[in-house]
Write a protein that binds this ligand. Sequence first.
Ligand SMILES: [Zn+2]
Length: 338
Amino acid sequence: MYENHRTLQLFTPWLLLLALFVAACAYPADTVTTTVLIGNSRIDVATEQGALHASKEDLMKWVQWSAEAVAGYYGRFPVPHTSLRIIPTTGAGVRGGRTWGDRGSHISIHVGADTTWSDFADDWMLTHEMIHLAFPDVADNHHWIEEGISVYVEPFARVRARHMDVNQMWFEVVRDMPKGLPGPGDQGLDHTHTWGRTYWGGALFCLLADIEIHQKTENKKGLQDALRGILDAGGNIQQDWELEKALSVGDQATGVAVLVPLYEKMKDQPHPVDLPTIWAQLGIERQGDKIRFLDSAPEAKIREAITWGSSQTQAPTSTAPKSSALENLTIFAGRTTR
Ligand SMILES: [Zn+2]
């Protein structure tokens, strides 16, 4: 059914009504289909039958917010077209997202019947899934890089889109990053497929890379530039790449060798990391349930650049969410009838 819907983009405007009818017929009866446009990309949203108390406007605003955050970080939405399937479930909140690169890329995500706008506004999961679109498909033993990028980039993308508080973000990063540290018997990221090493071990790789790129470029570039370089070279989720290729394309984009050498250090050995020293260098101090930033710390400027983006790569949406660079539009395509 995704195949049928995807052909929609080939239709000329005067066939729009017919196209929308075909799109609607591609989904089960009572499925609501809506298209969200973000820049030059389109997201075809299919909401499956089931109880959802949230309004369609809130649902689509959530999709748009998530897409905007990702597009702001990468400079554009990662793929020209994707399908998003929203599956109503019980309870409140967003859960159970998955992203695939086949059939033109598609995402499925569960939304609880009692989910409110404030749940959508706090949601990280759809942003996480959309970030998966921006990296090539790599071999299973490198799954940590796919999850690590999504875990690491998601809060920065949301902070820059002003969808998340910066203090809250750093509080959570400092709280959660130790989950990615190697435990006893660890054999490196390519060989230790635990939850912690996959999600947070991958995020730890990203943090170390981000800091080192900033250090080596006089704070002019960061991981964001490497990830944009990989995407610009065609490395989205629809492509199968060797991990080494993706990392070296990323290094070429920043002009400094960081990703490949760091991978060599972390792929098949524990590579312990002293996180308290890193936070002290960056000027991030955790006091109970609060976070404090120390601008006198040696790498306080790197912390700022990591948080908000280097000046050279800052997307227009970072400072002005309503700027013209990413004009968005939601088209309500209608509801099928029995
Ligand atoms: Zn994921």
